[in-house]
Design a protein around this ligand. Structure first.
Ligand code: GTP
Length: 190
């Protein structure tokens, strides 16, 4: 008969990786060049029909800024699926400043979004539900000329860590529906 499934889905990833943009592309078919940064978290719902099943997603789009990291467990607790997003154009930068008082160098690392994504994956593997479906998403695939993370690097990390993997563009819609349909299929198969 007809299956009705409700699934909580959470998006995690560095600020600016494109979490909100992916959700808006999926839910509304829209994209904004100047998408505002999320504060706290945003909530969306979207239903999908797959064969003889209907799956209703409750989507929590979390804020990527570091000051919100500690809130993440509230959103991934009880989640059926997690989408961990990084930006293929983001690279590592650091600032080194000399401290005049004791002549030490202080180095502040700003991690790139792929490193941040790996941290979320590790946290989910430690704290998330064992049946959590985790998807690694390499976003902004339309910006090929600015690419810093090779497709194979993301793909290999995903394979080694037992994650699904998609390269997407919220801007061109590349692979966005495919990503959510694949999650839907996994939920139906659970
Ligand atoms: P926080 O809310 O700060 O955590 O950011 P976020 O991960 O939700 O990113 P958001 O969706 O706000 O996107 C950040 C910026 O990247 C925006 O200016 C978007 O227009 C842009 N952007 C998002 N996805 C893509 C994409 O696939 N391609 C391109 N070219 N730009 C994108």
């Amino acid at each position: 008969g007809n299956k009705n499934i409700q699934a909580k889905l959470v998006l995690l990833g560095d600020m600016g990786a494109g979490k909100t943009s992916l959700v808006l592309r999926f839910v509304k078919g829209q994209f904004y060049e100047y998408q505002e940064s999320t504060i706290g978290a945003a909530f969306f719902t979207q239903a999908l029909s797959l064969n003889d099943a209907t799956i209703k997603f409750d989507i929590w789009d979390t804020a990527g800024q570091e000051r919100y990291y500690s809130l993440a467990p509230m959103y991934y607790r009880g989640a059926a699926a997690a989408v961990v997003v990084y930006d293929i154009t983001s690279m590592c930068a650091y600032i080194s400043e000399r401290e005049s008082t004791d002549r030490r160098y202080v180095v502040h690392f700003l991690q790139d979004s792929f490193e941040r994504a790996k941290k979320w994956v590790q946290e989910l593997q430690r704290q998330g539900h064992p049946s959590l479906v985790t998807v690694l998403v390499a976003n902004k695939a339309d910006l090929e000329t600015k690419r810093q993370v090779a497709n194979e690097v993301g793909e290999q990390y995903a394979r080694e860590s037992g994650l699904l993997f998609f390269e997407t563009s919220a801007k061109t819609a590349q692979n966005v529906n495919e990503l959510f349909y694949e999650i839907g299929n996994k939920e139906i198969g659970k």
